[in-house]
Structures are given as C-alpha cells and as structure tokens.
Design a protein around this ligand. Structure first.
Ligand SMILES: Nc1nc2c(ncn2[C@@H]2O[C@H](COP(=O)(O)OP(=O)(O)OP(=O)(O)O)[C@@H](O)[C@H]2O)c(=O)[nH]1
Ligand SMILES: [Mg+2]
Length: 259
C-alpha cells in the first residue's frame, strides 16, 4: 500500500501550486475522462477561488462522438477543451482561452495539474511547440514543478501527478501507476479486463487477437498464451501477462473507453 507520507507530500505540492497559480488547467485522459478527474485538485481550486478548465487530452484515442459526450457532461461544471497533444488538436482553442485569460492580469501563471501520465508535460510541449518538459509513458515522470514561459506575460507550471489518498490498484486502473510497483498486478489486470469487456470488448480482440471469455481470468490466460508468455514448467505466466496488459493500457495500445 502507498505510504500516507507520500500522500501528504503530493497534497502539499498541489496546495503550493494552487497558491502560486492564477488559473488551473486540469488535464484528464479522454478514455476515462470522469475517473481521471482529480477531486483534490478541483477541491483546492474551489477553496482558493481559482478558475479551473478541464482539458480532455489524448482525444486521438477515442471516437469523436465519445469525446463530445464527455465534453457535454463535464461542461456542466467546468469549461472544457478537447485536446490531443499528439495530434495538435484543440491547440487553437486552448490558445484562445489563454489569450483571454492573459488580458485579466499583467502576468498570469497557469498550473497544469492532474493524475500522473494524463499528458500534462506533453500538453505544455505542444503549446510551446518545443520539447521543454520531459515526457514518458512511465507514470511519475515529472518530479518537481517547472515554470515554463509560454508568452511574454504567460507562464505554465508543469507539475508531478497528484495522487492524494488513493490506492495503488485504483491508480493503476487510471494508467497512473507503474505495473512493476504493484503488489498483485494480476488482480488489477483482471479488474481492467472486466471494465474493458463491459465497455468495449473489441479492444482486446484488436490488441491481442483473442476472443474475450466471460471470465476475465480466462481472457488473461488466453492473452498470455497468445503472447507466448509461458513459464519453464509450461504454465502461462499470468504475472508477466498482467503487467503487459497494464502497460498497453498506459500506452494507449488498448482502444477502450468509458464514462
Ligand atoms: N495518444 C496520445 N498519447 C499522449 C497524448 N499526450 C500524451 N500522451 C502520452 O502519454 C504519456 C504520458 O505523457 P506525459 O506528458 O509524460 O504525461 P504527464 O501527465 O506529464 O505524466 P507525469 O509527469 O508522469 O505525471 C506519454 O507516453 C505521451 O506520449 C495524446 O494527446 N495522445
Ligand atoms: Mg509530466
């Protein structure tokens, strides 16, 4: 289990950024746009009266109708921009938002916050049109905060993912936790497979060329067999298969999504 001390550290980072920033861009993953909404970030922004925008990133991983539906739901609470750091989508719209915001004050600082791996650093690089922030499929890439000058009077703050008060298993399902650091990766992979089977079973077929079984465990076994992840005794290596599935989820190789 994650240590409470770590939770507190993350929360103090969030608090610090929320004090420094004039505006918050909360980045979420378009595949699981509601699950990746960070309650701590939203609560702190509310408490401090900071304007918050939700940026639905990785929009290239979901069909446009799904992205639109997610936008409509979230828009009831916060202004939303659909974005893809990889495909340069939504950049014009976000720049318009930034322009408007920058009229309000001489100098504005925008805190870019969210769970690990949602694409905070990638979004900053896309806006800046240059690789100024380090990115990686590995959740937890960005460590400290980093101030990036976007325009003369606009600064972006890149931040580490905020994971306050959550269990590793839940974080892994959000693609925000390194599978190797899980105690029971098989349990988490089974939960993920169950979710995928409920929402878009074809995604497993597309990714692994296997027909999902009703039982997630059977599906995981089939995937392991298909990948030829076999242990010395001839048994399927479920642990290795589970980690592979979780990595594929993190990397966007499994095209499933849900509200
Ligand atoms: N398909 C797709 N992948 C993306 C997009 N934006 C980011 N990624 C990928 O998501 C992974 C994480 O991106 P980062 O920008 O490092 O995410 P982050 O939120 O800064 O992550 P931490 O610093 O670990 O909290 C990388 O593998 C990126 O290439 C996007 O728009 N589409
Ligand atoms: Mg980062």
């Amino acid at each position: 289990m994650e240590k409470p001390r770590e939770w507190l550290r993350e929360k103090s980072i969030a608090k610090k950024i929320l004090s420094e920033a004039d505006v918050v861009f909360e980045v979420v993953d378009s595949r699981i746009p509601l699950e990746t909404r960070n309650k701590v970030v939203e609560q702190l922004a509310k408490e401090r009266n900071k304007k918050l925008y939700i940026i639905i990133n990785k929009a290239d991983l979901v069909p446009p109708e799904f992205a639109k539906k997610a936008k409509e739901i979230i828009q009831k609470e916060y202004p939303v921009v659909l974005f893809s750091a990889h495909k340069n989508r939504g950049k014009k719209e976000l720049n318009r938002v930034i322009k408007e915001l920058s009229k309000e004050k001489k100098l504005i600082k925008i805190g870019v916050l969210g769970y690990p791996n949602v694409g905070k650093s990638s979004l900053i690089n896309t806006l800046k049109r240059k690789k100024v922030a380090t990115t990686s499929p590995k959740p937890g890439m960005t460590r400290g905060e980093k101030l990036i000058k976007l325009y003369k009077n606009v600064y972006l703050i890149d931040t580490p993912g905020i994971i306050t008060l959550e269990f590793q298993d839940d974080l892994a399902l959000k693609g925000s936790w390194i599978p190797e650091k899980l105690e029971y990766p098989v349990d988490v992979a089974l939960k993920l497979i169950e979710k995928i089977q409920e929402n878009r079973p074809e995604a497993l077929k597309e990714a692994y060329k296997v027909e999902p079984e009703q039982e997630p465990l059977k599906t995981l076994e089939k995937i392991g067999k298909q990948l030829n992840y076999i242990k010395a005794g001839g048994e399927i290596d479920l642990d290795r298969t589970a980690k592979k599935v979780l990595w594929d989820w993190i990397k966007g190789n499994i095209k499933a999504y849900w509200i």
